[in-house]
Structures are given as structure tokens and as C-alpha cells.
Design a protein around this ligand. Structure first.
Ligand SMILES: [Zn+2]
Length: 645
């Protein structure tokens, strides 16, 4: 059996689990489940990073011993994953004696061969990052991640001869296009490597910090956090002697967020090279979840707790949203409204309805049994072919961590199947005994399509897929190649009409301001709601706050197509910066092909609406000039997603 090894970062225990952690770990869990579906022998590792002065400070603030503190937060991380249906195989803690022993062994080896030396270092040190920053990395003299000024520090320390491996690393990245993905991060690293690489400071004097792994060759120092943390990827496999190491390390892949790109793309491969170990196979780098344009972080106080979301929406809905909404590598906006919209539209309406309508028809028209299919018509064949083609697209996208594309491919089949029900009208076929064979074909085609959808949803929404599999009587299907063929359902076998997959959720209204009633207005309504209805003395004016509530963003049109049966509407796919669909009433003014590549201004937080059956997430701004409609534009190119204010 082919092996597969995937890790999340080990998370730093100075804060509780948040959405960023949950995203990395959901991604890793989904990929590991997918690799198992391909028949591989998978090892999935996560854990916690527990050394460093930030931890000491956090423990002091909490008035507990450092050990108590790390035990408590590490346990919170461990407990955060089962509710999200995340099932790691190993959970490494850097305070585990086994891990500490491996780190000391590596340090001694690299020291003995002369790649660690003693020297003096002066630099700008950010306490938040626990690292020295270069002038270049500062923004207005401050650490861009922590928005604080770094301190000038000078001290004696040990250094890893990282510069020695710079040429090798450039060469390795150049020869292995998938070593760092997506490509933008590979380019970022290569561009960083154009400058001479400095050696890496790998120690802290015990006068300043004792909460760390002692250097085996000088007890006056403890190990600097990266030379400790990164080695978890080996220690979790029982390196150097363990069989797991020889089995899984050659196929190792890491998932990280972009803030730790440099340690993973530069420090880690050079460390491995110095140790005489082959580098990992692929590094997968994702972006941030933004709330109100800022990175989610504890210090900024805009943290969403994954546990709260699971309680409100259910694990599968949260997993689906995270994987569908973000295009891996880019930043994406997070809001409960968007999660609610996806839940109600994609899950309840599209998937939930398809499942319950199909099974209800099988129950009512075929006595809850898989019917015998007759000769398929073109329409039946088309749906079957689309479902089979989807399997290929799904695999290709998941192999490259393009979760949003993989899911878009699945949902296209779901949408086709819903349309197929409308056009084949099984409720009419059942009235005519002459059409019994045709009815059998239609229901069989729907059930097979659902079976294939169930198969590919296992990695994404494990609980939902399990429910679907049970209703279809295919709980033993666990291999994409074996089960990804048409016609495995056996006519006559029982179908159980399962429970509703996703309850429809209502938007909470308690936080919303009540619309102000205006008694003064008496004249009959013109039919158009007027903004002036709220404040007669400031007719036509809105407050700055009201304006701020409107989220205007720059969007780049990446695809445009006509909507069938509408001569007014176009379906646009835009990047803002996440990909979204917007339906725009501009078909009489623009041809789809002239729109691709254009940048426009959109209202990004408009409540989603369905137009001609297509869910629209936002509105494109355009000017009306008589009969003409002219799209908004920018006077120069701008990064998609930039806020307009
Ligand atoms: Zn910092």
C-alpha cells in the first residue's frame, strides 16, 4: 500500500484554538480522508508547540505554573478536533520527553559536524514573533504581524550555518516545481533567496529564558523555538530509528499558513539537508481568514471560536464552508452570514433537496427499492456521464488542494441532477404504466448519481456522507477507484428514507437594529423604497457608519456566461479576493467574452439572492445613462478584494 504523510503545523499554545488553526486542520483531515479513499496508508499528524518566552508570560498572566499552563492549552487543542470530525493519528507535544530527546540528538549531530557555531548577534527582536526581524520586514518601524516596535538586542548565541545550504535550496526549489505550492509562495521564497541568506540563531541564553530544550553541548542555553518545533515532523514518526520514519518520511507533506512560510520553506529544508535527510515532498501554504479586512488574531480581539460555529451550524457545514469559500493560498473573508448563506443555499437547498426528493420518490414510486433501470435516454446518459466526469475533476483538484474547485465540480452535478428531476418529471411517469421502465431508469440514474456524490463527500463532510451511504445501503464503499464506476447499485436492494440532512437555519435577528418607523411620511409610496424614509431632517443623507456598513470591494471578473432563458442576466465569477458568483443585469450591454479580466466595483456584503436559479453573492456597480449601462472601473490595476471607501 502506498504511504502518505501529512502534517498541520504544531500550534503555539499562547492562545486557544481559533479559525485559522481549525482551517489548517480541517484541510489536513479532508486531504488525509481523501488519500485513504484512494487506498493509501495515511499518517496524519498535528500537535502543540509549547516552548518560548511568550508561553512563560502567558502562564504568568494566568497565575499558573508553565507546565500547568501548557497542559491546559494543549488539551484544549486536542479537544477542539473531534467536534469538527478531525481525526489525527498522532498528536505531538514539544514538551514530550521523546520529542525533546530527538531535538537534542539532532543538535548534537549538526554541532559535531560543524554546522552550529557560537557568535554574537545584534538585531531587532520582536517578542511576539520570537525572532529577530530585518529592517526590510518592518512596516513603519514596526513588526507587521504584531504592530509593535521591535527591541534592539545584542547577545551571545549559537547559530546554524544556514547560508551554507542556500545554493542547494535554490536549486532544489527550481528543480521541484511542486515543492512549495501554490506558485505565488514558491516565487516569494525564490525572490527572498536572491539576497544572501543569514545564518539562523538557534539558541536563547538561560539568563533570559529557561523554558526550552537545553542545548546538549552548552547548558547555559536553550534551543530557539524553530530548531525545536520543526523537528516535531520527525519526532512524531519515531526518528531516527522508528519504522514509521522510513515508511512515511519519504512522502511527507506539510500544510501551513503563510505567516510561517519562511521557517518551513527555508529553515526546515536546510536543517534537513544538514541532517542528511531528504526534504519533504510538498509544502502547502494557505492564506488568512479576514474579518473586517484584518487578520483574525487574539490581540485584535476578533476571534471566532470553531466550537461555537460547530454548535450553531454543525461540523459538516463548517467544514464545507471552510473548504468551499477559500481558494487555497488566497485570503478569504469570514462572516457568519456567508456561512449561513452557504449552509442554506448549497447544503439545504441543493444537496439536501436532491437527496430527500430522490429518496422520497424511490419510497413512493418504487417501494423503497433500487428500481430496475431500462434503456437510458440521452438525458439519462448525460447525467451519468457528468457524474463520472466529476470524479476525475474532483481528483485532479483535490490532488492540488483546490478544494473550492473540487466542490464546485460536485455541486455542478448536484445542480444538474436537480434539473434532471424537473425535466424528467417522475411524478408524471408514475401515472402511466407504459412508462414504468423509463421511471425505473430515472430513479436508478438519480440513485447512482447520489451514490457517486456520497463517495466524494466522505472526505469533506464525513457525517453527512455516512448518513447518505446508510440510506443508499452502501456503507461499505470506501475506495474511489473501485466504487467510482457506474451501476454498482443492485436493483431490488433496499433504500431507507433517511432523516433530513441539513436543517434550514434562520438568521438571528436580535442584534439587528430595528427599522425606524417614520410617522411624518404620509404621501403614497412611489413603489421604490427611499433612504430618506428614516430621517426627514437629513433627507437623502446617510451617516458615515451606515456607509461603512456597505462593503465595497474591487473584483476581477474571471468568467462570465449567459444565463439560459434570460436575455438580461449574466452569471459572473469574480475574484474579490475569494471567488464568488454574482448575477448582473448587464447582458444587453456587454458580451460575456469582453468582461473577463476587467476590474469592477462590487457590493460585497449584499444578502445573497437567487436570480433565475443562480445564487448571487453581491452586486456589480454600474452607471445608468439613458438606455446605456456602463460598468464601474478603476483608473489603474488594484489587487482583487481591495476595499473601496
Ligand atoms: Zn512580530
Amino acid at each position: 500500500m502506498t504511504a502518505y504523510y501529512l502534517t498541520t503545523p504544531i500550534f503555539y499554545v499562547n492562545a486557544q484554538p481559533h479559525m485559522g488553526h481549525a482551517y489548517s486542520t480541517v484541510v489536513a483531515d479532508a486531504v488525509c480522508r481523501y488519500q485513504r479513499l484512494l487506498g493509501k496508508d495515511v499518517r496524519f499528524q498535528t500537535g502543540t508547540d509549547e516552548h518560548g518566552d511568550k508561553i512563560v508570560h502567558a502562564a504568568a498572566d494566568a497565575e499558573v505554573s508553565v507546565k500547568e499552563y501548557v497542559d491546559k492549552i494543549s488539551a484544549m487543542f486536542k479537544a477542539a478536533w473531534p467536534p469538527l470530525a478531525i481525526v489525527p493519528d498522532t498528536f505531538v507535544r514539544t514538551t514530550d520527553p521523546a520529542h525533546m530527546g530527538v531535538v537534542q540528538g539532532v543538535l548534537q549531530q549538526v554541532y559535531d559536524q560543524g554546522d552550529i557555531y557560537f557568535s554574537e548577534y545584534t538585531g531587532l527582536y520582536c517578542k511576539g514573533c520570537e525572532q529577530f526581524l530585518t529592517e526590510k520586514e518592518l512596516v513603519d518601524g514596526k513588526c507587521p504581524d504584531h504592530l509593535t516596535e521591535p527591541d534592539q538586542i545584542s547577545e551571545q548565541n549559537y547559530f546554524f550555518r544556514m547560508s551554507k545550504y542556500q545554493e542547494w535550496l535554490i536549486d532544489h526549489i527550481s528543480k521541484n516545481p511542486e515543492f512549495i505550492t501554490p506558485e505565488r509562495y514558491r516565487n516569494e521564497v525564490l525572490s527572498f533567496l536572491k539576497e544572501p541568506l543569514e545564518d539562523l540563531c538557534i539558541s536563547r541564553p538561560t539568563t533570559r529564558l529557561t523554558w526550552g530544550i537545553p542545548l546538549p553541548f552548552d547548558s547555559r542555553f536553550v534551543t530557539y523555538v524553530w530548531f525545536d518545533a520543526l523537528i516535531n515532523y520527525l519526532s512524531g514518526l519515531g526518528y531516527p530509528a522508528g519504522q514509521d520514519f522510513s515508511r512515511y518520511w519519504p512522502v511527507a507533506e506539510h500544510v501551513i499558513a503563510k505567516d510561517i512560510l519562511k521557517p518551513h520553506a527555508i529553515y526546515w529544508p536546510t536543517m534537513l539537508k544538514a541532517m542528511g535527510i531528504e526534504p519533504y515532498k510538498r509544502l502547502h501554504v494557505h492564506g488568512y481568514w479576514n474579518m473586517n479586512e484584518t487578520k483574525m488574531s487574539k490581540s485584535l480581539g476578533n476571534v471566532v471560536r470553531p466550537g461555537e460555529l460547530v454548535t450553531e451550524f454543525g461540523a459538516d457545514s463548517v467544514r464545507y464552508f471552510l473548504l468551499r469559500e477559500m481558494s487555497f493560498g488566497l485570503d478569504a473573508g469570514f462572516s457568519k452570514e456567508a456561512l449561513m448563506a452557504r449552509h442554506n443555499s448549497d447544503l439545504t437547498n441543493d444537496l439536501g433537496n436532491l437527496f430527500s426528493r430522490s429518496l422520497t420518490m424511490v419510497k413512493n414510486f418504487a417501494a423503497s427499492c433500487v428500481p430496475q433501470p431500462g434503456t437510458p435516454s440521452d438525458q439519462d446518459r448525460e447525467l451519468a456521464e457528468a457524474a463520472l466526469a466529476m470524479l476525475g475533476h474532483y481528483r485532479e483538484h483535490l490532488d492540488h488542494f483546490a478544494f473550492h474547485r473540487a466542490l464546485a465540480a460536485v455541486w455542478e452535478v448536484i445542480s444538474r441532477a436537480n434539473k434532471y428531476i424537473v425535466s424528467t418529471q417522475p411524478w408524471e411517469l408514475v401515472k402511466d404504466p407504459q412508462q414504468a421502465a423509463q421511471l425505473g431508469t430515472v430513479l436508478y440514474t438519480l440513485l447512482e448519481t447520489l451514490r457517486l456524490i456520497t463517495l466524494v463527500l466522505h472526505p469533506i463532510m464525513p457525517e453527512t456522507a455516512a448518513k447518505m451511504a446508510e440510506a443508499l445501503g452502501v456503507t461499505d464503499e470506501n475506495n474511489l477507484s473501485d466504487c467510482g464506476t457506474w451501476g454498482r447499485l443492485v436493483p431490488g436492494s433496499a433504500i431507507t428514507h433517511g432523516a433530513q440532512l441539513f436543517p434550514r437555519l434562520q438568521q438571528e435577528t436580535k442584534d439587528k437594529p430595528q427599522p425606524q418607523k417614520n410617522k411624518a411620511k404620509k404621501e403614497p409610496s412611489t413603489g421604490k423604497a427611499s433612504a430618506a424614509e428614516t430621517a426627514p431632517e437629513e433627507e437623502g443623507l446617510v451617516t458615515f457608519d451606515a456607509f461603512q456598513n456597505l462593503e465595497l470591494r474591487v473584483a476581477e471578473i474571471v468568467a462570465a456566461e449567459k444565463i439560459a432563458k434570460s436575455d438580461r442576466l449574466l452569471k459572473l465569477t469574480v475574484k474579490a479576493p475569494e471567488e464568488r458568483t454574482i448575477v448582473a443585469g448587464i447582458a444587453q450591454h456587454y458580451q460575456p467574452e469582453e468582461l473577463v479580466g476587467r476590474q469592477v466595483i462590487i457590493v460585497a456584503n449584499l444578502k445573497p439572492a437567487k436570480l433565475m436559479g443562480v445564487a448571487s453573492h453581491g452586486m456589480v456597480l454600474a452607471a445608468k445613462d439613458g438606455d446605456r449601462l456602463v460598468l464601474s472601473a478603476l483608473s489603474g490595476p488594484v489587487a482583487p478584494g481591495s476595499r473601496v471607501a
